[in-house]
Every structure is written in C-alpha cells, then in structure tokens.
Design a protein around this ligand. Structure first.
Ligand SMILES: [Zn+2]
Ligand SMILES: [Zn+2]
Length: 271
C-alpha cells in the first residue's frame, strides 16, 4: 500500500510562500494498492491528482467522500478525467438523514449561479453511489469499513483493508473532551496508518467546540491508544503557516518517529 498526499489543508486553500512547505491544497489523499487507487476526498488537491491520472493513463480508481463541505469537493469541476470519455470511476458517499444522495448534492454544488457548468458536462462514465454508514463494502479486493464522525451535517470515516494491511482516513471529526469514543477506538485498532483531522491544538480547541474538528494532540493520543503504526497529522488549519506547522512537526517527532505531519506531495509506503 502506498499513500500520497495531494491536499492536506483544511477549510480553504492557502496559496503563498508561507504555506509552500506543507502545502495549500485542501483534502485529497490517494491510496494505491493492488493496481488500484482509492481517492479520499475531492478538495483542491484533486486537480493535480487528475492531471497525474491523465498523464499516466491510470484507469482504475474510485473516490470516497468524507462529506460535502466545499474544502472536500471543490476539486471535482476541475478534475480532468471527469471530462474524458475514456475514464470510468465511482464517487461514493454515506447516506445521511440530513441531505440527499451523492449525485443530487453534487448537482446542487456544481450549478448556476455558483458554477458555470453542471455535472451533465462530465463525459466520463461516472457512477454516483450511496452506502449505509457502518456497513462494510468491497471495491475489488479492498474491504472498506465506514464509521459516522462527529461533524456538522455528518462526515464518514474510512478504514480500507487489503490482506493484513489497514489504512484509516478520519476527517472531519470533533472528539469529546469528557469521554473516550470506544466505537472509534475499535474502528482504528492496530491500523498500519491513520490520517487524522488535526485542525486545532489542545490549547485553542475549547474555543471551537461544535465546529467539528479535532487536535493534533488528540491524534497522538488516539494513535497510542489504538496501536497505530504510522500517524499522519492532517487537515491543517489555514491559519497555520509553515513556521507553525514546523513547530507541530517538531513536537510530534519528540513523541515518536511514527508521528508525521502530512505534507502536500508526500508519498509513503505502508509495509
Ligand atoms: Zn474539512
Ligand atoms: Zn467539514
């Protein structure tokens, strides 16, 4: 299994030289395994991934959405494979009581007056799929487990397993200060990699209760509690420039060599 980060920022893209080291594109992570790519989220990082897919003629990929906030979907209308009839892929999201199905939500997001084209302009063969959160499914030989996260309008966490290897993608999610989430701990247990929402830190978290995000310190606690082999601090706060991110990276390194801060362009083999 190989993880590549195409977008690591939360909330809004952060271009500019003060963000160039860790990266300014929003959530998009590629997991390659067994000649297939799973793409977590379609943030602005999806644009560069799309160009890579076209250039290398990668044909087997599927997109798993955590939720529909714009920082996780804004890349789709600029995803070149969507405008090429030679490509065939799926976009999946979990059914939520509070909203309509995958295709219906994307139709609304990509439409007038917010956007000049509609999803009807996509010439690729795209299947829009909805799944029940909590129920497992398969993409080829990959087993996908899902869990409901604590976020405004809901979000889905993923655990993708192939053979004995497992990678978890948990964003956007707010932890509970008062009690441990046993359900989430069981979900993450013994994973080879965890990519986790680290928007805040323990000091400022209290000011953002209800905003639906977690802290990098909580990420390290979870990683220890759940016996995670490699932790990736992810969904960086748009207020955190490279200097602030480097401080978080140093603090993480002091705790463990297996606590990494995700950077745009970073590629890691999970063996
Ligand atoms: Zn987000
Ligand atoms: Zn969100």
């Amino acid at each position: 299994m190989k993880i590549k980060f195409w977008g690591v920022r939360g909330s809004i893209p952060t271009p500019g030289k003060n963000f160039s080291k860790f990266g300014g594109n929003t959530s998009c992570v590629e997991l390659s395994v067994n000649n297939r790519s799973i793409i977590f989220d379609m943030g602005s990082g999806l644009v560069n991934l799309g160009n890579h897919i076209v250039k290398n003629n990668i044909k087997r990929f599927d997109i798993l959405l955590s939720h529909f906030h714009y920082d996780h979907t804004c890349g789709l209308p600029f995803f070149k494979p969507a405008f090429n009839k030679d490509f065939k892929f799926t976009i999946r999201s979990g059914i939520e009581k509070t909203r309509s199905k995958t295709l219906e939500v994307l139709k609304k997001q990509i439409s007038s007056p917010s956007f000049p084209i509609t999803v009807n302009e996509f010439s690729a063969n795209i299947k829009y799929c909805d799944f029940k959160i909590g129920r497992d499914f398969y993409i080829g030989k990959l087993k996908v487990k899902t869990i409901l996260l604590n976020h405004p309008n809901g979000a889905v966490g993923y655990r993708v397993q192939y053979g004995k290897k497992a990678v978890c993608y948990i964003t956007d999610h707010e932890h509970d200060l008062k009690k441990k989430d046993k359900n989430l701990q069981n979900f993450l247990k013994n994973a080879d990699a965890l990519i986790y929402d680290s928007t805040y830190d323990d000091k400022n978290f209290i000011n953002y209760i209800g905003w639906g995000h977690s802290t990098w310190q909580e990420a390290t606690r979870l990683a220890n509690e759940c016996n995670i082999k490699k932790l990736f601090i992810f969904h960086h706060n748009p207020d955190n420039n490279d200097r602030k991110m480097a401080n978080i990276e140093t603090a993480c390194k002091k705790m463990s060599n297996n606590f990494l801060v995700a950077k745009e362009g970073m590629s890691i083999n999970i063996n």
